[in-house]
Design a binder for this molecule. Structure first.
Ligand code: F6R
Length: 359
């Protein structure tokens, strides 16, 4: 039920602070310790490599997960597009463990991989929003997103919930294997900060409506750029824009611009830089300036501690590994308002289905 909301997508964007708080309750005990299934944890510990398999937005959440597992649990991790993995799979490690990310739990491309994984006797976890969905039933383990029904075709709260659950698992695994990075990662209070940071953004809707009106509605192309985890979010931000506004959009690794995509920049083309990682912030800023010199209209989405006077959208500071939970929100809202201003069907964009049950 969308209640008083004009569209499911707006409601689902607004649900995100609540979903973050709910996950903090579900997967932490009264002492504040992260808790996941013991057998799952043992299985994860005996794996020498994690394979995250997913499609679309869920794949983009997997790209963030890849970094979370490597940094917090020091386990090599690869995210793969399920339709590619199914027919062009990489050479597997000796003890692989598979993580399927799927909001619906019904994506046929992912199921194709899971069927093969089961045939080979490997163990797996499905992270899904739908209990008893096909991918949940067929995997060894299930963890739920607890995000409530996601009705809008463009996925929003499932993306942030998937990242939060990946962080929960990475922390549990890293603690079990005595990783300092995991012990130092104060995830539960961080999820509270994240919830507040999302709330601060969804409380400024008029601002994002104005950005949509002034800088996106009349554009043919738009680019999101970033490095590392910010690049992973750029891909998702760009997918949100193309899905519901039909504006051609690409997420580009900031350093790759000069190797090709910068040729597409014209006068007024929006280029949005996502900047949350101290190590690479100045590099991404230089890449933005290079596009501005070709006439682009640049905008920045930046965390407070890295912000400069001329930055546009400034986010509350959270742990550098959790910034995707905040940086995606402006992109979701800008896409929503651009779609609305173009008079499009926000919740049911053309040519797309909520759950893709064919390969
Ligand atoms: C994007 C979108 C799709 C889905 C993809 C996977 O907004 O909705 O890209 O993310 O079809 O779906 P699930 O997560 O249900 O497997």
């Amino acid at each position: 039920d969308k209640g008083t909301y004009p569209h499911y997508m707006l409601k689902e964007i607004d649900d995100q602070p609540t979903v973050m708080r709910k996950l903090a309750q579900t997967y932490f005990n009264d002492d504040g310790q992260v808790t996941i299934d013991d057998e799952l944890l043992a299985d994860l510990q005996s794996a020498d490599r994690l394979y995250i398999v997913a499609a679309g937005t869920s794949y983009h959440a997997g790209l963030v997960g890849e970094r979370l597992f490597e940094r917090l649990a020091a386990v090599p991790t690869e995210a793969h597009v399920s339709s590619e993995f199914a027919y062009n799979s990489p050479i597997l490690s000796k003890h692989p463990f598979f993580i399927f990310l799927s909001q619906s739990g019904e994506t046929a491309d992912s199921r194709e991989v899971l069927t093969e994984v089961n045939a080979k006797g490997y163990h797996s976890l499905t992270i899904t929003n739908v209990q008893n969905s096909t991918l949940s039933r067929e995997a060894t383990y299930t963890m739920l997103l607890n995000a409530g029904p996601e009705i809008a075709v463009a996925s929003t709260k499932a993306y942030t919930a998937q990242i939060a659950v990946e962080a929960i698992i990475a922390k549990a695994l890293g603690e079990a294997t005595q990783q300092v990075a995991a012990a130092d990662f104060d995830l539960r209070p961080q999820l509270g900060l994240v919830a507040n940071g999302i709330q601060a953004l969804v409380d400024q809707k008029e601002r994002f409506e104005a950005v949509a009106k002034d800088n996106f509605v009349d554009q043919r192309d738009a680019f999101y750029i970033g490095r590392g985890i910010d690049y992973a979010v750029s891909l998702e931000a760009s997918l949100k824009l193309k899905e519901i506004t039909y504006i051609h959009s690409e997420g580009v690794a900031a350093g790759e611009l000069k190797h090709g995509p910068i040729a597409l920049i014209e006068s007024g083309t929006p280029v949005i830089g996502i900047i949350t990682q101290e190590r690479t912030a100045s590099l991404t800023r230089s890449n933005l300036a290079e596009t501005a010199a070709r006439g682009s209209h640049i905008m920045t989405i930046v965390t407070k501690s890295l912000a400069k006077a001329h930055d546009d959208i400034i986010l509350e500071d959270v742990d550098e590994m959790l910034t995707p939970l905040l940086t995606i929100i402006p992109a979701q809202l800008i896409s929503y308002y651009t779609s609305l201003l173009k008079g499009l069907d926000v919740d049911k964009p053309r040519n797309l289905a909520k759950s893709v049950t064919v390969q």
